[in-house]
Design a protein around this ligand. Sequence first.
Ligand code: NAP
Length: 548
Amino acid sequence: MTTKQTPKTEPDCDVVVVGAGFAGIYALHQARQRGFSVRGFERGTDVGGTWYWNAYPGARCDVESYNYAYFFDNDIVRDWDWSDACAGHDEIQRYLRFAAERCDVLKDITFNTKVLSVIYDENTGLWSLRTGAGETVVCRYAVLAIGALSDPKAPDIKGVDSFAGEAYFTSSWPKDRSVDLSGKRVGVIGTGSSGVQVVPEVAKVAAEVTVFQRTANYVTPTRSGPMDQNVVAGLREDPQAVRRAFRESYGGHTPLAIGDERFTELDAAGRERALQKAWKGKYVELAFRDTYLPEANAAISDFIRERMQEQVDDAWTAQHLVPWDHPYGGKRPCMSNVYLQTFNQPNVRLVALPETPIEEIIPTGIRTSTETIPLDVIVYATGFDAISGPVFAIDISGIDGCSMKDAWVDGPMNYLGTMVYGFPNLFLPSSAMSPSVLSNMATLAEQQIDFIFDTIDWLEQHGRPLLHPLPKSQEHWREETLRYAKRRPGALTTKSWYSGANVPGKARVFMVYCGGFKRYNQTCYGELEEGFPGYELLASPQSAGTTG
Ligand code: NAP
């Protein structure tokens, strides 16, 4: 029997933050710094978000530790030593715990608790969040820092549940025990960033590894290795200057190297020289100053394909590991110094699914169109229902009881990647139409949370109205997102999770704003400085009373 509860008419706290990754931790800190009462909820047992869940062997960040970190606090920058220029998942998770401890926000977080619903009450102008533990918390501002890649995609393969062996997902690798793959026959499905990182680790111990590849990906050398202490010293000297520079950049970070010549001004020999130099320097994607031009991108793509094939001994395998169907950047590229060479090991084999598709997973292994492959373990590196998936995983409803699922039935709609029409005072950092995954997510977390709390401060100072964007602002922003996507080679012609193509039946909308971080930041703060002309301000039924 369910008991109907009387809706609360007063908030329990000013702000609720859902999620304790990069954005969530910083949101809790900002709330505290600005004097708001706050509650945080996290479904994991610790902070970390992505870096908590994706604990598979080999998981590490491709964005360098110089950039992929907080810069809001000088002491955090100066007191943390990274052991690698591309830190591993466990180190990043420890770093986020360190930052959360420094900010003293752990006490605000209820762990191991899923938020199931986020419901707007028109009578009070308040948000009511209900957790899996049965708690209801009412607040004036809800910040859903739930990540862009936090809702694993179902493997959509016949017979998944029939497998009698062990099965693991890279996106939720066991944390409570070690997984022993030694001497086992392991199948890995998926060759995106997670697959590319996990395969070499599995191949070190497994008796046999069969890699099931639907689409090949670009793989370039990783920048993992010792930290350059001169760069570290430079960052520590004036972290706030670094922070400002990131926001003035295109990608939310400062690339360590970039080609100094233009593709259009070089002859064939000059282009080859620039590409070779960039390959050695591990910045091949930025080999030219005008690397964004389709013709420069085509040269970079061809060059990488050649380098990839050189690393693989078997001609058929080499040919099939190379992405011929899309240009560099059409899908999220991968980085590894060892993935391709792993296929030279006698215990590793590639199955190219376009030629021999998986027909069924059976109790003893995987049956393709031509053979049955016996397996003890299946590792699913099959990706995520990206960006809108985590939003849909929560029952969110706004004005007139409109659900977010209905509002986004044709794909995500929002303004400036943070707010949605009909959902006043609800904030969605790391979501659609922001620079998100095509920028430095750590910079984005800080920028969006700053913007959100600067917005909240503005609302507090202007009589606490309710704020949501105008429909025409959302339409304009979606057009802007599309306009910049058209300029990005392969963005609209490649089947990728950027546009929802990896999930059957998902609306196809390019979900990442590629206009650059600087323009994004300026547009956000332009709105704030002009009193939010792209938004609608509604009088709040709620009196000025608050918790403190
Ligand atoms: P992903 O890039 O979406 O890759 C999923 C892989 O599984 C793809 O190869 C996909 O093939 C394949 N797949 C999915 N369903 C399948 C099916 N039913 N049958 C056969 N193959 C199937 O996911 P991910 O590798 O987890 O990476 C997601 C994102 O997380 C990355 O793009 C990146 O942004 C982030 N990430 C970053 C790092 C890092 O910084 N190093 C590491 C891991 C993840 P198709 O391509 O044909 O769909």
